[in-house]
Structures are given as structure tokens and as C-alpha cells.
Design a protein around this ligand. Structure first.
Ligand code: FAD
Length: 341
């Protein structure tokens, strides 16, 4: 007779579900929780264990008072480290704090989750190296407490990764998880943490930031995106054709790396493997060939429209709709039709 033998998770991975709990790093911008952090919280929720949120910097108390209670159905506890040295998320300052929390055995954290933002990507490897843990970057699905999916080969294959560490450190690809839904606010237990002095002198200093101002929605979270590529030929043509089309749809503007390198737009608008990874409801690619590195940043978009004069352009392999022809004729006509509709 066949008899099944139960293998506990602890015995195969050092993981004990009884004491499982997650620390989630929550970033804010303009006194709001970033959409990427809400997606990371949603990924953390899929682990089915208590979540402690950690916020740093001088706005942390305000966010905890005004914003976080809307998500309290899924958050058990909050840690804040309001010291002004944490205001700009300098990884050299913030990682010693995280390291001290995660290495404190009284905390019992089994998972640490960050959004795959510039901050998250800077923090995760630093903390992982100090704790001697293998980080798992850019997860796109949670299959179990130690098992995650992530893209490899510039998005052409999906790897299923199983961690054997007793502490799992992971960053979350925002476009793969819906933001955590807001609900009825509830008061949260908050613990304030003091500044943690880094072991080594911090050489980095926050000098300032130069944020590109745009009337268009934010590229990282927009529902509609119009992206332009080298096929536009010049900055003037990009501005003349892409901006009005984006405006007609209330869409964000994006670009291929060739358009960025050509000086058509700021590099904060680059979509792709080394730019932003997005999954809007509608992505219109204008004069973009569809190189693998560009597709890595947009192929999860729900509907893709390509405008390209070459009917064998690679972009048509992922497009739902293709308009084959000269973009200089198609784009003004399309913009006009949308404005008239
Ligand atoms: P092209 O490949 O030159 O395509 C232009 C297209 O416009 C062509 O298909 C052409 O048929 C069409 N066209 C031209 N004129 C017209 C017209 N009048 N009407 C209609 N269509 C027209 N690229 C990214 O985009 N994002 C990344 O993050 C990125 N990361 C990279 C990382 C690495 C390590 C490397 C090696 C490369 C990376 N690249 C990235 C670059 C990538 O390989 C391509 O070179 C780039 O995406 C090409 O941009 P493009 O499609 O605008 O230009």
C-alpha cells in the first residue's frame, strides 16, 4: 500500500512557517506611497503571513498617519525610522538600518520584500551581501514561501527559483502585480526606530534632484503609453508627432533607447531592459523595430499597437494591431481621428 510521507518546509529549506513573517519596504514620493511599493505589498500578501511595513525618512510618520491605514487589512505592524539622514533613501545610510532589523533574531522575519525601484535595487544587494543571503531580484510571481518566478534572457524565458535560505530577500517587478487595494482605514501599531550608524564612513551625499517636469502621466504607472523610436528621425519630429498623439489619449510618453541616445527625449523615458519595465493597458510603438531589449520592457502590455513601415519588423510579433506604413502620415491621421471621436 502506498503511504505518503509529509516533508515539512523547514526540513527542506530551513523555513519554518509557524514563525513566518514579512518585512516590506515601503517608499513614498510627494507624501504618497509609490505604486511600485503597493505592488510589492501585494506580492508580500501572496506569502500569506503577517506583514510589517517599514518606512524611513521625515515623511514616514505622515504617510503612516494619512496613507498606510487604508492598507491596514493586510499590514499587521509598522516600523518607522524618521531620522532625516534617511530622507533621500541613500542606500549607504538605509541598508545598515535594514541589516540591523533583519539580523535581530527577536524580529523573526523570514522574508524581506522591496519594490524593484532604483531604491529597492540599490538596497537589496547591499543588505543581502551583509547578511550572506542570495537575493532574488525582480520576481514576477509568488509560487510559495520559498519559490518565485522571474524572467531570464531579457524576458524570453521564465525561471522558477527556489530559495534555500532561511531569510528570503526579494525585489518585486511592479508591472507583474496589481497595487494592493485600499480598504477601510484601521489604526496600526507603530514602532519608531533610531538612526543606525553605518560601520564605514558614508562617502555618498545627496546633492539634489532634477526631476523632468511633464504634463503627461507618469510613465511607470500610466494606463496608456505612446513610445517613439529611431524611426521618428529627430527630436523635432518626435515632439511634433508623439506629444500630440499622447495628449489625445492622455497617455504617458516613452521611447526606445535609440531615441534616447539620439537626444529625442530624456533617458527617464526609456522603456526596456535597461529602462522602465511597464505593462500599461495600451502601448503604441511608433517607429520602433522591436529589439529584444525593448520588448523586455513592454511586452506584457495588455494591448500593443505598432506603427512601422517595415512589415517584417520584430515589433509585429508581439503587436495586437499593426499599422504598416509611414509614421509621418499615419500618426497625424490617427491623432486627428482620436481628437474628432
Ligand atoms: P531601430 O532598431 O533603428 O528601429 C527603427 C524602426 O523605425 C525600424 O523598424 C524602421 O522600420 C522604422 N521606421 C523608420 N522610419 C520609419 C517611418 N518613416 N515610418 C514608420 N517606421 C519607420 N533598447 C531599448 O529600447 N530599451 C532598452 O532598455 C535597451 N537596453 C539595451 C541594453 C543592452 C545591453 C543593449 C545591447 C541594447 C539595448 N537596447 C535597448 C537597444 C536595442 O538593442 C535597440 O538598438 C533599440 O531598441 C533600437 O531602437 P529603435 O527600435 O528605436 O531603432
Amino acid at each position: 500500500m502506498f503511504s505518503a510521507r509529509r516533508i515539512s518546509l523547514k526540513s527542506i529549506s530551513g523555513f519554518n512557517p509557524k514563525f513566518a513573517s514579512t518585512l516590506a519596504f515601503v517608499e513614498s514620493s510627494n507624501n504618497k506611497i509609490t505604486p511600485a511599493s503597493l505592488s510589492a505589498l501585494n506580492a508580500a500578501k501572496k506569502l500569506n503571513q503577517p506583514i510589517t511595513a517599514i518606512l524611513v525618512g521625515k515623511t514616514s510618520a505622515k504617510i503612516v498617519k494619512d496613507e498606510l491605514p487604508k492598507y491596514s487589512a493586510n499590514i499587521e505592524k509598522v516600523l518607522i525610522a524618521p531620522d532625516s539622514k534617511y530622507n533621500h533613501y541613500l542606500p549607504e545610510e538605509v541598508s545598515p538600518l535594514l541589516q540591523s532589523i533583519l539580523s535581530d533574531s527577536s524580529n523573526d522575519f523570514t522574508h524581506f520584500i522591496v519594490p524593484s525601484s532604483f531604491t529597492g535595487k540599490s538596497l537589496l544587494p547591499r543588505v543581502a551581501a551583509k547578511l550572506n543571503v542570495q537575493p532574488i531580484s525582480d520576481i514576477i510571481a509568488v509560487e510559495g514561501p520559498s519559490t518565485f518566478q522571474r524572467f531570464i534572457y531579457a524576458g524570453n524565458a521564465i525561471a522558477t527559483i527556489k530559495s534555500s535560505d532561511s531569510l528570503v530577500l526579494a525585489s518585486v517587478r511592479a508591472s507583474s502585480f496589481e497595487p494592493l487595494e485600499a480598504g477601510a482605514p484601521k489604526e496600526l501599531a507603530v514602532q519608531e526606530l533610531a538612526y543606525v550608524e553605518p560601520e564605514a564612513k558614508v562617502e555618498a551625499e545627496w546633492v539634489g534632484e532634477n526631476i523632468m517636469k511633464s504634463e503627461r502621466p507618469d510613465l511607470g504607472s500610466a494606463k496608456y503609453v505612446v513610445s517613439g523610436g529611431r524611426g521618428l528621425g529627430s527630436k523635432e519630429n518626435f515632439d511634433k508627432l508623439i506629444d500630440p498623439l499622447a495628449k489625445s489619449l492622455n497617455a504617458a510618453v516613452g521611447a526606445s533607447r535609440a531615441a534616447v541616445d539620439g537626444g529625442f527625449v530624456d533617458n527617464s523615458l526609456q522603456v526596456g531592459q535597461t529602462g522602465k519595465i511597464i505593462a500599461p493597458d495600451l502601448y503604441i510603438a511608433v517607429g520602433i523595430s522591436g529589439a529584444i531589449q525593448h520588448l523586455a520592457g513592454m511586452k506584457d502590455s495588455k494591448t500593443i499597437v505598432a506603427i512601422n513601415k517595415a512589415d517584417d519588423a520584430l515589433i509585429y510579433n508581439v503587436a495586437d494591431y499593426g499599422l504598416v506604413g509611414d509614421l509621418n502620415e499615419i500618426v497625424p491621421e490617427l491623432t486627428q481621428k482620436i481628437n474628432d471621436a
